[in-house]
Design a protein around this ligand. Structure first.
Ligand code: ADP
Ligand code: MG
Length: 685
């Protein structure tokens, strides 16, 4: 029979149907699965020590010969096996309780490598060197040494499976099937990075000859994982970028006019990203760009410049916000910003009344609308734009590849700009947004004061309120964010916005103007509340995370977060970003009695840092990539070896190499097998 990597694992020596069943619990079904089932860690048992010179209590490995085997029944349910080993320098006993089946394993004169710790207790008690339950491996000419006397792989196991058995099974699979492992990575890459071939690498992952062997093997396999994902991303990118789209022209007069409207100068980062965007818009190819910038870094004005350019060219600008509150806010902003221009601006959200909506849609379809701001309603299938030139998506880091491609259908390949304040670590952005060009605003507008952040226990609430009162009396406004809308029976310890509003409105803050804002409040009421808050008619807004992204009220300088332990780092950072948007010193107060170390650690990070990227990196480290995005479907789950945290430089290299490959129009013919791998990747967000 011809061997294949897709052979069922039960045909590997030592497996059979019973063990195959157990291995399937580890998602190991084929020989290939088995070979790619990598250790979770390694234990270095390669150093051989001498018994005589090894301190009691220290872990060590000895090359020994069996001197004596004693077996003893101590009482009814307790028996003892004591094997005396010598390495010529001294003797040591191996001690096993209730493992009488090992009796026949050891015979006088047999040679072994054993590993373990010389028991301190037994040394003190009996003055004997003894190891309880030593790891042992017989040294006979035939079998390879798997369990000690080497760097030993340690796997994640399932019930009934032991390290010993799994090591043996994997070693058998390597013996029978490893020669079938063929390199798919191009030879020039293997050479360039001095990567070992695939077979050597798989061996190096399981049974490395030394540390270096393991390290280079791991690097090679990690590179390979990144490489395929980057090839996929760059292919997707080509699909968008190579589309002929709209060639915008720079209209200097209009651009100047809007810049003169501003009370500030653009930062150099804003200028840089604007020129990157311009370059794309003014090329005949389609733009597909991600604009990243921390909360408050000033992305909106950059979007405004781009939208103005498309309008000045006679096209429609489309601006999508994630929530109605934000759409509303942007609508008001843009109306003011563009008040000296003659453009027609419309707001289109789910809550626009259907009669009015018909009107707006007609205006859009007839081309009487120049700038359309809204929510998802903007992309309903039935809505046909007259001449869409640029689509801006605000605060949508989950706007997936599929969704992005579907936008192309609107009009003649309009340019696309996605903006996010979610400070996705660069490595993550490259992986998930590998198909987009990336612009980063890495600088804050001048004069921003660091938001002073404090973490306080719940018993300090009164003091915190007094502090807020003081600031409100000075003319500022405050947010208080709660994890729940209404009281929950299941989570009695969590504070709800409704309760808190009631309490404070008739209690501590009864002389102040309070308002309640959450997702189940009707849209027009929400709108009114936000307008009133913006106009300074409300002192304290008690809210849920509906205000998480984008809300921009520069007079608000206090953010109080109840049950702060309930929020993730990214969320806390976003919430904090609602303050510190103007010239006032701002404060973020996290109220929490954290239940665990993790949440305490998060709160500490928040107090220490205002830098979104740093916080995102920490978040990624704490939660791991799978959870970072709250969904498990973006290909990063396929990373078995590579780490987004530790292998960032490798990711950059993989992208460079992938870039070289896709430059060649015929690469899919040259590298058929790789093309086949790529065609199976599906990156969903
Ligand atoms: P975000 O990037 O979070 O969307 P915004 O675009 O809402 O940030 O900008 C935050 C605030 O900073 C706004 O009030 C905006 O007017 C202001 N702003 C933007 N750019 C500058 C700048 N260069 N100098 C001063 N203030 C600026
Ligand atoms: Mg914004």
């Amino acid at each position: 029979m011809k061997l294949k990597l897709s052979d069922e694992v039960q045909f590997i020596k030592g497996v059979g149907p019973r063990w195959a069943e157990r291995l399937s619990k580890l998602e190991i079904k084929t020989v290939k699965d088995l070979l790619y089932y990598f250790p979770r860690e390694y234990e270095d048992r390669s150093q051989i020590s001498q018994i005589k010179y090894t301190a009691v209590g220290e872990k060590a490995n000895f090359r020994v010969e069996v001197l004596k085997v004693e077996y003893q029944k101590i009482r009814n349910k307790l028996d003892l096996l004591r094997v005396t080993f010598s390495d010529g320098s001294d003797v040591v006993n191996g001690i096993w309780y209730n493992q009488s089946y090992l009796r026949d394993q050891f015979n006088k004169g047999d040679k072994y490598i054993i590993s373990g710790k010389i028991s301190e207790k037994n040394w003190r008690k009996y003055n004997r060197k003894e190891i309880n339950n030593p790891v042992y491996e017989k040294l006979d000419s035939e079998a390879s040494v798997l369990n000690t006397g080497r760097i030993v792989p340690v796997y994640s196991l399932t019930e009934g499976l032991t390290q010993r058995r799994l090591r043996r099974i994997i070693a058998n699979a390597i013996k029978s099937h490893a020669s079938l492992l063929k390199d798919q990575l191009p030879q020039f890459i293997l050479k360039k990075f001095k990567f070992p071939n695939l077979k050597t690498s798989i061996l190096g992952m399981h049974f490395p000859k030394n540390q270096k062997h393991q390290k280079v093997s791991r690097r090679r396999l990690a590179f390979e994982e990144f490489f395929y994902l980057q090839l996929y991303a760059l292919e997707e990118k080509k699909k968008y970028n190579e589309l002929k789209g709209i060639k915008h022209e720079f209209i200097a007069a209009e651009n100047k006019k809007i810049l003169e409207e501003l009370e500030f100068e653009l930062t150099s980062a804003q200028n840089r990203v604007w020129s990157e965007i311009r370059k794309d818009m003014e090329s005949e190819l389609t733009m597909s760009r991600l604009l990243q910038g921390d909360v408050g870094s000033g992305k909106t004005i950059v979007a405004a410049l781009a939208l103005l350019e498309t309008m000045a060219n006679g096209y429609q600008g489309i601006f999508m916000a994630p929530t109605e509150i934000l759409a509303e806010q942007h609508y008001l902003n843009f109306k003011e910003l563009l008040s000296k221009f003659n453009y027609k601006i419309h707001l289109l959200t789910g809550s626009v009344k259907s009669s009015e909506r018909k009107n707006i849609e007609t205006e859009i379809e007839k081309g009487n609308s120049d700038l359309i701001i809204g929510t998802h309603a903007l992309f309903q299938e039935s809505l046909n734009y007259d001449k869409p030139g640029l689509i801006v998506i605000d605060e949508q880091h989950r706007f997936g590849v599929e969704q992005r491609h579907s936008l192309k259908e609107k009009g003649d390949n309009p340019d696309l700009l996605i903006m996010t304040a979610t400070p996705i670590p660069r490595s993550m952005a490259m992986l998930i947004y590998g198909d987009l060009d990336l612009s980063v605003i890495d600088e804050m507008p001048p004069g921003r004061k660091k938001i002073a952040t404090f973490w306080r226990r719940e018993n300090r609430r009164k003091k915190i309120y007094e502090f807020a009162k003081e600031k409100i009396d000075e003319g500022r406004q405050s947010y208080i964010v709660c994890p729940l809308i209404e009281k929950s029976e299941e989570m009695p310890k969590l504070i709800s916005a409704e309760e808190l509003y009631k309490d404070l409105n008739s209690g501590f803050f009864k002389d102040y103007k309070l308002a309640l804002l959450h997702s189940s409040i009707p849209a027009d009421e929400k709108k009114e509340i936000m307008e009133n808050f913006r106009d300074g008619k409300i002192d304290i807004l008690i809210a849920t995370t509906v205000i998480e992204v984008g809300v921009d009220v520069s007079n608000a300088s206090i953010m109080i977060i109840e049950n702060a332990e309930r929020f993730g780092l990214a969320q806390l950072h976003q919430l904090r970003g609602r303050v510190g948007r103007g010239r006032y010193q701002s404060y973020c107060i996290l109220i929490s009695n954290p239940p665990g170390e993790d949440s305490a650690h998060r709160l500490e990070i928040m107090c220490k840092s205002n830098n979104g990227f740093l916080i995102a990196e920490e978040d990624l480290k704490m939660r791991g990539p799978g959870e970072f995005f709250g969904t498990k479907q973006h290909g990063i789950d396929d990373l078995k070896v590579a780490s987004l945290i530790d292998d960032q430089e490798l990711l950059v290299k993989a992208r460079d190499e992938a870039g070289i490959i896709v430059k060649d129009k015929n690469w899919q013919q040259k590298y058929k097998e790789i093309a086949e791998i790529i065609s199976r990747i599906e990156l969903k967000i």
